[in-house]
Structure formats: C-alpha cells, structure tokens
Design a protein around this ligand. Structure first.
Ligand code: ARG
Length: 298
C-alpha cells in the first residue's frame, strides 16, 4: 500500500524501525563529450548559454569519476549523445531500487523539460542490458518525475525522500511507494534556485543530513529534523553558488563535494566525514554538481 507522508505528525516509525537496504556498490556516469549549456531550464543556466569550456568539463568529469573509483565504487560509463547536452546529469532519468530478494528494479523518469525527454531511452537501454526490472509511471496521470534528482534514498534504509514542486509531481510518489513498498517522505520545494531535492538535501548517513533550510517549507523542515539526529546547514552562498548540498556520500563516510565549500566542509570533518573536494565549475553553469553527475546502483 502506498505511504506518502507530507507532515511530521504522519510519521509513525523511526529510522531504526525501517528495514535495512544494501549500500550501492556501482556508479553509472555519462561521458560529457556533448555537454554544453544550450538552453535555459533553471535559473543557474541563465547567462551561461555557450559558455561551457568542454575540455575543462571533461577534465572535471574525469576527476569526479576517479574520486568515486578511489573510494571503492565500481564505475560504469555510458557515452552521451549529440543534441542531448544535459545527458551527463544521469541522476535524473531514473530511480533504481534493490528489493529484499536482491532483485534490481528501476522507475524511468518523465522529464519535466521537453529538451531532456529523449535522454531517458538511452539510460533505459543500460538498465535493460544489466538485468533491471523496468517500471514506468503513467504519463496520462503524472506530469513529471526526475528520478534521483528528486527521489533520494535514506542511506542504508528502505525509506525514500521525495522532492516535488519544480521537476517532479507529488502524485508520482504514490505509484513509486506502492510498487517499491517503501514509505516516502515528500518535501515541497519552494525556491526555484533549488529546483531538485538533490540541490538542498544530502543524506550523509543514517542519522546525518546536510541541507539548505530556506529551500523547504516548515512542514518539510519538521520532517527532516524528526528523522535525522544531526542536521548540518549550508549557507546561501555555499548552497546556491557552490552546490554544497549536491555532494555525494555513497558509503556514509566519504563525501565528494564541490571545491571551496569551506564552512560545510569544516562541519563535515567535525562530524567525522572524509571530505574529497573536486572542481565541477563547468557543471555548475548548468545547475548541477557531483550528485547529479552520477547514479548510484547495485
Ligand atoms: N541542466 C540540468 C537541468 O536543469 C541540470 C540537472 C542537474 N541535476 C540535478 N540533479 N540537480 O535539468
């Protein structure tokens, strides 16, 4: 039965109550040979059309890839396609899941912007080749859903956080909760600079999150504060200009994050995390950083 939760008083379980889910071992990345800013579909892209340095972008992407490799993840690479300049942001086209029997599943996204809709079949092909059971949302009933841009697994738990408002519809979470048999904590996003949940919430481990508080409603903040013992706040500058909350912590220990997030990084280290800084400046121009440049899988 679907369980989509929109306020703290509806939460009748603790994080510890939720069954555990294996940590991801695999990373999927899309090589950015055709990456550029060709259109404007989020505020970060305004004024950046045509301004990506492609060679630099490739260098940055290779360094991001090598950091995931260094922390022990297996890397899978798909080639990008001409005419799909945002395909590198492969957090967005799907939401993968591993069930209690170890079978892998995926929901394919319904991209909000027409410019990105053709990315989905290329990513779907990879899942097909890799034995995933593929699920679809009903396009007649659901307007949009942008995968792990908005749907973020609570580290190590059968529990999902779901952002909605700009790129994903609340209704999508009913189907997903029902199919994957997991509760979903739905968070409304209220600042268009933070248009995906992965721009304002980073789940670091079972008990710790990094957030940009002003991107959420009061109800949303209450849910976050109820479920995490420790909540680190990013400043507006580090969250909006450096995408601090778009970091990735696949193992609950190592955090890969855009270079220069000084206050957040100190906080992360004080909380015992290992911080790995990397430049993603060319990707910030498009409104993305480390988290959106990969998909975590099993
Ligand atoms: N230009 C892309 C878009 O607006 C960036 C996507 C970044 N991805 C993310 N998960 N925040 O769709």
């Amino acid at each position: 039965m679907a369980q989509v939760i929109t306020s703290a008083d509806q939460i009748d379980f603790t994080v510890d109550d939720r069954p555990s889910m294996p940590l991801p071992t695999e990373v999927l990345m899309v090589r950015p040979l055709h990456y550029s800013v060709d259109y404007v579909i989020n505020p970060h892209m305004a004024d950046q059309v045509g301004k990506v340095d492609k060679i630099e972008a490739n260098n940055e992407w290779n360094l991001v890839r090598s950091l995931f490799d260094q922390i022990g993840m297996n890397i899978n690479v798909i080639e990008d396609q001409e005419g799909l300049p945002d395909m590198v942001f492969c957090a967005n086209q799907s939401l993968p899941y591993i069930d209690e029997d170890g079978n892998t599943h995926v929901f394919m996204s319904i991209m909000h912007a027409d410019e990105r809709k053709d990315e989905v079949p290329y990513i779907e092909q990879w899942y097909r080749q890799n034995g995933y059971k593929i699920h679809y949302l009903d396009e007649d009933k659901i307007n949009d859903f942008e995968g792990c841009g908005d749907a973020i697994w609570h580290t190590g738990k059968r529990l999902l956080w779901g952002g909605y408002g700009y790129r994903s519809s609340l209704e999508a979470y009913e189907t997903i909760s029902d199919t994957f048999d997991v509760p979903i904590l739905a968070l409304e996003l209220v600042d268009e600079s933070f248009y995906h949940l992965d721009t304002c919430l980073c789940v670091l481990d079972e008990h710790t999150a990094l957030i940009y508080p002003d991107a959420f409603t009061e109800e949303g903040l209450e849910m976050i504060n109820k479920m995490f013992d420790k909540v680190i706040h990013a400043s507006k500058y580090e969250a909006e200009k450096l995408f601090a909350c778009n970091a990735s912590c696949p193992d609950g220990r190592n955090v890969i994050i855009q270079q220069g997030c000084t206050d957040v990084n100190k906080n992360l280290r004080d909380h015992g995390f290992s911080v790995h800084e990397v430049s993603t400046y060319q990707f910030l121009k498009s409104g993305g950083s480390v988290f959106c440049m990969k998909m975590l899988l099993w």
